[in-house]
Design a protein. Structure first.
Length: 462
């Protein structure tokens, strides 16, 4: 934080200063009592299992210069003490107030899958012409986003902010917090069906990213998505569509996948330019088109933005490709939904290998009542691809195997042993180690909490 004092925090949070100087500078915000960067405001959040007010003394001992508090308790010595009604709401107010004082325009990035990749690509494309700030780590929630806002600097000209949601009302809050000048919605998928119930509800909630958009704002929408394509012209903001379809403002043609990455021709009106991405997959093309469209809003040409995209290298555990002397693997274990799992299977399908193509798939979580059907749907999808061996880990993933076997008669039969199922990653690991050989290519994909990343790491490091 720049140009910020305790007095600014008190005003923004609607609090009362019970101890300490109002003129004390505040440079950082921490929600972890163990980690202070210097001149920090510590915000003790109350969770389902713990109340961080219990660690106020530890935060001060570790260097907190100021603290918020919603408990009725005597101020502790050593830090400015700001009493508030609700520490989370106060944190959100502090983040929003700081952004408003800096007057930095915001591009919000949301969608069921592809948010982080689109965020990074958008920042890379924009970075060829303006100074860009972007969401750090995965701080995209009602807690993480306000902390992210306090990390903004005065010299940065555009903030590219990832905005995640898993329940009703969350996106509306994030939009009010950031007041975007533009927003990208990547797609409407099945993630968080457990909380939101239907895709229609997910669509309505995602669209609320525009609820507090600044006048003259622009929505950048995936025109290939059945829901997003229906956003009406009179929605109150400008629309730009991107995708493979003829009706898209930014369109991709002539896609080619190779060992070096993905190439495609980006088309905007009469303008055409070849784009090279050092990552694999048609879904990456969509993310790149979104970045080109967003960059155009700041006057950056497709040619210039494409040069920025050439430097995008992906993330650890997100379709990272490792090649060894006798096998290769794709580590895509960061998280999983039906759409992202199908995209990963598409990458496996498109790659060449001397041995077998092996899909190691674990449970997809938070899919609600349709969870088993959605897992079976992924299995049926996999049956139409060149998957030589399907390894299913977990009870729900077993439904992927069932769907695969259901679809096989339509695909011309199946030799025995092409589906192997295991209860846990630990049980599967000995078998997986035997498959990491013979020129085989292994894809690892599953929800983060299944700990499939640990199995992938064990194979990678053996």
């Amino acid at each position: 934080m720049e140009r910020t004092t305790v007095k600014d925090i008190v005003r923004a949070a609607g609090g009362r200063l019970l101890a300490g100087s109002p003129d004390l500078p505040v440079r950082n915000v921490s929600i972890d009592s163990r980690v202070m960067k210097g001149q920090d405001l510590f915000v003790p959040l109350i969770g389902a299992r713990a109340d961080a007010h219990d660690y106020l003394a530890q935060a001060i001992e570790n260097g907190a210069a100021a603290v918020l508090c919603s408990r009725d308790m005597e101020p502790l010595a050593g830090a400015a003490w700001i009493q508030v009604e609700d520490t989370l709401k106060a944190l959100q107010a502090v983040g929003g107030d700081y952004l408003e004082r800096l007057e930095t325009p915001v591009i919000g990035i949301t969608g069921s899958v592809g948010k982080t990749t689109t965020r990074e690509m958008t920042a890379a494309a924009l970075g060829t012409g303006v100074r860009v700030f972007k969401t750090s780590k995965n701080f995209n929630s009602d807690i993480g986003l306000p902390v992210t806002l306090t990390e903004l600097g005065e010299k940065e000209e555009v903030a590219v902010l990832e905005m995640g949601m898993s329940d009703f009302g969350e996106m509306e809050l994030l939009s009010a917090l950031t007041k975007p000048s533009a927003a990208v919605i990547t797609n409407i998928g099945d993630a968080h069906l457990e909380q939101l119930g239907t895709r229609e509800n997910i669509f309505k909630e995602k669209l609320k990213i525009a609820s507090s958009m600044k006048p003259g704002g622009t929505l950048v929408l995936n025109g290939d998505d059945g829901y997003l394509r229906t956003v009406p012209e009179d929605c109150g903001v400008r629309r730009i569509f991107y995708g493979f379809g003829e009706g898209c403002d930014f369109r991709a043609e002539a896609v080619r996948l190779s060992e070096e990455g993905t190439e495609f021709t980006a088309v905007k009106g009469e303008e055409r330019i070849r784009v090279r991405l050092p990552v694999l997959g048609r879904h990456m093309v969509l993310d790149a088109l979104a970045a080109l469209a967003a960059a155009s809003l700041w006057g950056i040409s497709m040619e210039q933005a494409a040069k920025g995209l050439e430097g995008f290298a992906g993330f650890r555990n997100r379709q990272q490709i490792y090649r060894f002397s006798d096998f290769s693997m794709i580590d895509d274990t960061y998280n999983a939904s039906p759409d992202s799992m199908k995209a990963a299977l598409g990458v496996l399908n498109g790659m060449e290998t001397a041995g077998k193509k092996i899909a190691v798939l674990a449970d997809m979580l938070e899919l609600g009542e349709e969870s088993r059907n959605l897992h079976r749907e992924v299995g049926r999808f996999a049956a139409g691809l060149s998957v030589d061996l399907l390894v299913c880990i977990g009870e729900l993933a077993g439904e992927i195997g069932a769907g695969f076997l259901e679809a096989v008669p339509e695909k011309g039969g199946l030799e025995e042993g092409r589906v192997r199922s295991f209860a846990t990653c630990a049980e599967a690991l000995p078998f997986l180690k035997t498959q990491a050989a013979g020129g085989n290519l292994l894809l690892f994909k599953g929800s983060n909490s299944t700990r499939l990343s640990e199995a992938a790491a064990a194979i990678r490091d053996q």
